[in-house]
Design a protein around this ligand. Structure first.
Ligand SMILES: Cc1cc2nc3c(=O)[nH]c(=O)nc-3n(C[C@H](O)[C@H](O)[C@H](O)COP(=O)(O)OP(=O)(O)OC[C@H]3O[C@@H](n4cnc5c(N)ncnc54)[C@H](O)[C@@H]3O)c2cc1C
Length: 580
């Protein structure tokens, strides 16, 4: 990209090697902060932590030491670095599990994330339901969009892609992807986190850390002043340029597709039907040529247009004039007006991932661990999956579970990231070549063009370190996602299995058996009452059976009641491994 300077009226930050120019911001970003500004200046709007010490397990006693000396160090059980969607989901999972945690964010104010992270898939919606934020997210987004594809003024096709294209089923309550601006998702997570008394500490940048046997000592620049923060564990959710990843010494192997550049913007549009995602194809660019997607809560549209560098390597500036020109060239629809851009950037896909997720007491999650093409809409979703996997494990280990439980985070999540990188790269090639119009429809309705499942529902950990099947008594296997099902309470009131699984505890499901089941703190026991047979269809027990579900909604153990009665130690071993 050619050199482009940022004027004093715009704000430039980088993502994927390209500057992002941001103009203005939606009012809610500074709401409640009189005089607050989204510009990158140090303001007085710094959230002070509500909790400043790791009260639950006492101060960390390790010999961690380093440059963060001077002011008395503050303490916490888990320090979450970065308040993007992944850090917020992690902090929420930790706080809900009773862990004392702090979450720091280097930006001085919450900001518009533009068109990033706007496709929230079915599995993430299940996680959001578990965390108590799904209704709020659904209210700010859309699941009812159709898709209309064009070549120039000619409409190629129109299809329902939302709930009509992919309706929910009893075992899978969320069908369509939710389209929601990432900053709205973040706001919803932040609000819920605040209900647990945890506020994002703004203007607080992790600059370095050292770790000892029992603790990590972090140096955090708060409003420019160095502070020492001691934590039992530190998790880098600090995005693609992660300082935590670099300091931990993880490699981040991969490549940036420098020849592919996408102009992205949020702006207002008049003259297009707001019930459709409009995609124009153009020779050699597939669905990358031009796309306009209406967003719900702030009445903006997310726009993308692929471009190529000129012979000097320059990319057109992502400003209104460029988008108007590209719209005229590639769409040419009369009566459409683009105006009031609120955010824009030039984006180049980066495809990279770490070799490790853990170094001692330090972990990475989300974009800090894996970056890839936005095709398939997997970044935020995969990162939230990381957070949901790691949160309960940290909580369990802090309460005495074996440390090996934390190793299972990398064992389970690294292969998921590997798969996502491959699938999103294949999807990228399919979307942005000549068959792109068909590919994007399939991405929203069924599966990717390459057969990959972008709903997140097929992610699982079969054969992983935590699960065990005692026999073949159930269709669901250890490591699988635990499906939902309409069931009944003991008194016959209709409910859902997800209502019974929700929360930071593990759950033992008893199918058609009154076998006495073990009692443990942090374990709920549920006798499944299944008048309509939905649970039986989803879990497939061939007779009386027991299924143990982890706090993150994955199956840890299956066995027939007879096998469990014969070998109770097998179930006890699995329970001990996950901290029960
Ligand atoms: C064009 C585009 C479209 C996308 N569409 C989708 C989609 O449809 N679906 C999807 O799932 N994903 C999508 N993504 C990806 C998604 O936006 C990212 O995967 C997601 O933002 C990652 O979240 P994160 O919390 O890991 O990192 P980030 O969102 O990058 O957040 C990291 C946070 O850490 C803070 N930080 C950084 N360093 C420090 C430090 N040293 N100290 C303190 N704080 C720090 C940053 O300021 C930032 O707030 C898209 C991405 C792009 C570029």
């Amino acid at each position: 990209m050619g050199s482009r300077t940022c004027s004093s009226k715009t704000r430039c930050v980088s993502y994927g090697g390209e500057p992002t120019v941001e103009r203005g911001n939606a009012p809610y970003l500074t709401a409640g902060r009189p005089g607050g500004s989204a510009m990158r200046t140090h303001t007085s709007a710094v959230d002070q932590p509500e909790r400043t010490s790791g009260a639950a397990s006492g101060p960390a006693s390790g010999p961690a030491s380093g440059p963060a000396s001077g002011p008395a160090s503050e303490e916490t059980e888990v320090l979450v670095v970065g308040a993007g969607p992944v850090g917020l989901a992690l902090a929420l999972g930790l706080a809900r599990g009773g862990v004392d945690c702090r979450i720091i964010e280097r930006e001085p104010a919450f900001r518009d994330r533009g068109v990033r992270g706007r496709g929230v898939n079915a599995r993430t919606l299940e996680v959001f339901e578990d965390l108590g934020v799904v209704e709020q997210a659904l209210a700010l987004g859309r699941t009812d969009l159709g898709i209309r594809t064009y070549r120039g003024e000619q409409v190629l096709g129109e299809e329902p892609v939302g709930s009509a294209g992919r309706p929910p089923t009893p075992d899978r309550p969320y069908g369509a992807m939710l389209l929601i601006a990432q900053h709205h998702t973040e706001a919803v997570l932040r609000d819920r986190l605040a209900e647990y008394g945890v506020k994002v500490e703004l203007d607080s940048e992790l600059v370095e850390f050292t770790q000892g046997d029992d603790a990590v000592l972090a140096t955090v620049h708060r409003a420019g002043e160095p502070r020492a923060l001691r934590a039992r564990y530190l998790v880098g959710c600090d995005g693609g340029r992660s300082a935590v990843r670099k300091q931990a010494g993880f490699t981040f192997l991969g490549e940036t597709w420098d020849e592919e550049r996408f102009l992205l913007a949020s702006l207002r549009v008049e003259g297009l039907d707001p019930d459709f995602l409009h995609i124009w194809t153009y020779e050699g660019m597939g669905a990358g040529a031009l796309g306009l997607m209406p967003m719900r809560a702030d009445d903006t549209w997310a726009v993308h247009a692929r471009t190529e560098p000129d012979e000097h390597g320059r990319t057109p500036a992502p400003d209104l004039a460029t988008f108007e020109r590209l719209f005229a060239e590639r769409a040419g629809l009369p009566g459409v007006r683009l105006h009031e851009p609120t955010w824009s950037t030039v984006w180049r896909p980066t495809v990279r991932m770490v070799d490790r997720y853990r170094a001692g007491r330090v972990f990475v999650a989300g974009d800090a661990a894996h970056c890839h093409s936005a095709a398939g809409g997997q970044g935020l979703n995969t990162g939230v999956g990381d957070a949901h996997n790691l949160g309960w494990k940290l909580a369990a280990v802090l309460r005495g579970a074996p440390d090996a439980l934390l190793d299972s985070y990398e064992a389970e999540r690294l292969p998921v990231a590997t798969g996502v990188l491959a699938a999103s790269s294949a999807q990228h090639r399919a979307l942005f070549s000549d068959g792109g119009a068909r590919t994007i429809t399939r991405q929203f309705t069924t599966q990717s063009a390459t057969g990959a499942d972008f709903t997140g529902l097929s992610v699982g950990y079969r054969g992983g370190p935590l699960g065990r099947d005692l026999d073949e008594a159930t269709g669901v296997r250890a490591g699988d996602r635990a499906p939902d099902a309409p069931v009944a309470t003991a008194s016959g009131t209709p409910t859902r299995l997800f209502d019974l699984l929700r929360g930071p505890q593990a759950t033992l499901l008893a199918f058609d058996t009154d076998l006495p089941l073990p009692e443990r703190p942090g374990l709920r026991r549920v006798t499944v009452r299944d008048p309509q047979g939905h649970a039986a269809r989803a879990y497939g027990p061939s007779g009386p059976a027991v299924v143990l579900v982890r706090p993150d909604g994955y199956v840890a153990f299956t066995g027939s009641a007879a096998s469990v009665a014969d070998r109770p130690e097998a179930l006890a071993e699995v329970m001990a491994g996950i901290g029960l």
